[in-house]
Design a protein around this ligand. Structure first.
Ligand code: HEC
Length: 181
């Protein structure tokens, strides 16, 4: 949960708020005021404050085409499994204004915030400039992805296969934190 809180405050609060969550409640998961102030607070000095986005929501809606939702209760509305799939589902898509798309949220307005950790997934394009689609394990058509590069939390084996276990654990911690909120 502590690592999840750190990922959340470092990589999500720039755009999203968690207006139902106060920084000092992170003491409930074992952090001290000192640690909270030093490592997790970038937009306020008051540990009693709620977590507000660095960005003005109106500007964000203008830049990304959609406003970043408040994330306090996002795990309750979307479910942990969805959030886990979402954070692992980003791929590079040059046809999108922000350069990203997502296998579980087509035409998403959010750029991948953790691409340096995950690496970059990309899609294959057919001769007509359409993404090559394959059936996933539920029989749904999904873009066929390949790894363009690996990130800090995944590795490529000599046979080209990408091991994502470390990134999966990283995202699991983040999603656990969202559930905790
Ligand atoms: C650069 C701004 C930005 C950052 C950073 C960012 N997001 Fe987002 N996020 C957005 C925008 C914009 C949307 C709305 C997307 C849409 O509706 O097309 C969104 C939507 C979402 C959604 C809702 C998805 C859905 O299915 O409705 C979740 C969950 C989410 N973000 C989680 C996160 C998490 C977790 C992080 C940190 C790891 C993060 N975001 C970082 C901009 C951002």
């Amino acid at each position: 949960l502590q690592r999840g809180a750190q990922i959340f405050t470092n990589y999500c609060l720039s755009c999203h708020s968690a207006s139902g969550m106060r920084f000092n409640r992170l003491k409930d998961i074992g952090l001290t005021d000192e640690e909270i102030k030093k490592n997790l607070m970038f937009t306020t000095d008051n540990v009693g404050d709620v977590m507000l986005a660095a960005m003005n929501p109106k500007d964000a809606a203008k830049w990304f085409g959609a406003a970043p939702p408040d994330l306090t209760l996002i795990a309750r509305s979307k479910g942990a499994d969805y959030l886990y799939a979402y954070m692992r589902g980003f791929y590079k898509d040059p046809t999108r204004p922000n350069g990203w798309n997502n296998v579980v949220f087509d035409k998403v307005g959010m750029p991948h915030p953790l691409w340096e950790q995950q690496g970059v997934q990309a899609v294959e394009w057919d001769a007509k400039g359409q993404p090559v689609m394959v059936k996933d394990e539920h029989g749904e058509l999904k873009p066929k992805l390949y790894w363009e590069s690996t990130g800090a939390h995944s590795r490529r084996l000599p046979n080209g296969k990408v091991i994502q276990t470390e990134y999966d654990a990283y995202v699991r911690d983040l999603v656990n934190y969202l559930v905790y909120m």
